[in-house]
Design a protein around this ligand. Structure first.
Ligand code: TRP
Length: 330
């Protein structure tokens, strides 16, 4: 532990525009650890496991940092940094590659998914990605990792790697716990409520982005796929409504019963309108603050620099321990 406080760490890849799924599943929870040392990285090393347009990757790195701040993460109280600016991530990533087994990496569902989607570029980084993510986490002796449900398997692997390493060399890494929100665990596509809402969905109506304008948000929810019924409740064949109920619950804190009662006899139209309004209202201040921050690049660069220096300080402590244990020349 650093400074006796519990350490919280998470990361987001700067690849693609973030969706309300990213917001509700991860980002929104990042601000919920008042007595912890919170470290959040923009995972640009992870992003290059799929081909990126360089100028876009750089722009999105700034944007992701700005979004962290727009969602309420104060750089004076949290360490916000860009992964590639702290070389210890790549360094520990390599070391942990050597303690990650081919078999366990082969079982990662995200690897299997991504290799299907990027069949022309199934590179070694895509395969060893979870070991780099383990390095992100273990470098800071992290206690808690707030992530969306889709990262649970990677987190489990990070725990296994930590335990394996500790088993060989004695206590080196804190074994981290996940912090996975119970509500809004998985936000589904608005056009196909049986598949996850994905920032890379080619159909823009399927996805609500954090930075969408209010009118756009309202329109997307109005068009969301539902069923031929009228009752706002969960049930067989009502995946679309269930997804909208999840989203509404996340934005308003209302329970299923409260939601069903609120829209009793009012039909899907009124419900979709309300979901859209709730989302638009919650996201409005974030978009406004984001726009202000993006207009001040020099400030964002200052935040990055300071964050990288702070992160590197802690990372160095773990790295010198690792170097000693593994047997690298001191
Ligand atoms: N792999 C995560 C994702 O794709 C992002 C990530 C990178 C991360 N490093 C991390 C999450 C460390 C938690 C902890 O969403």
């Amino acid at each position: 532990m650093l400074d006796e406080k519990k350490v919280v760490l998470s990361g987001i890849q700067p690849s693609g525009n973030l969706t309300i799924g990213n917001y509700l599943g991860a980002l929104r929870n990042f601000d919920a650890f008042p007595d912890c040392k919170c470290i959040y990285c923009v995972a640009d090393l992870h992003a290059i496991t799929v081909r990126q347009v360089p100028a876009e990757l750089r722009r999105r790195t700034y944007e992701t940092l700005a979004l962290y701040m727009a969602c309420g993460l104060d750089p004076e109280k949290n360490i916000l940094f860009v992964q590639s600016q702290v070389p210890a991530h790549a360094e520990l990533g390599w070391v942990l590659d050597c303690y990650s087994m081919f078999g366990e990496l082969s079982r990662m569902t995200q690897f299997k998914d991504k290799s299907q989607h990027h069949a022309d570029n199934i590179n070694a980084g895509l395969f060893t990605y979870p070991a780099l993510m383990a390095a992100d986490i273990l470098l800071y002796q992290t206690d808690l990792v707030p992530v969306g449900i889709d990262q649970k398997q990677h987190l489990e692997l990070a725990r296994n790697i930590a335990e394996r390493f500790n088993g060989i060399y004695g206590d080196t890494f804190t074994v981290p716990d996940g912090y996975i929100p119970t509500t809004g665990m998985k936000i589904m596509s608005l056009c196909d409520p049986t598949s996850k809402m994905s920032k890379s969905d080619p159909n823009p109506n399927a996805v609500v982005y954090i930075l969408d304008e209010p009118e756009v948000i309202l329109r997307k929810f109005k068009r969301a796929v539902t069923d031929s019924g009228t009752e706002v409740c969960r049930g067989e064949g009502k995946e679309g409504i269930a997804n909208l109920m999840n989203i509404y619950a996340c934005f308003t804190g209302k329970s299923d019963d409260e939601i069903s009662a609120e829209f009793d006899g009012r039909g899907y139209g009124a419900f979709k309108q309300a979901v859209g309004e709730a989302a638009a209202e919650c996201l409005r201040p974030i978009r406004e603050q984001f726009t202000r921050l993006m207009a001040d690049k020099a400030y964002l660069e200052e935040v990055m620099k300071k964050g990288a220096d702070q992160a590197a300080y802690y990372a160095r402590k773990t790295m010198s321990k690792v170097r000693r244990k593994v047997g690298f020349a001191l």
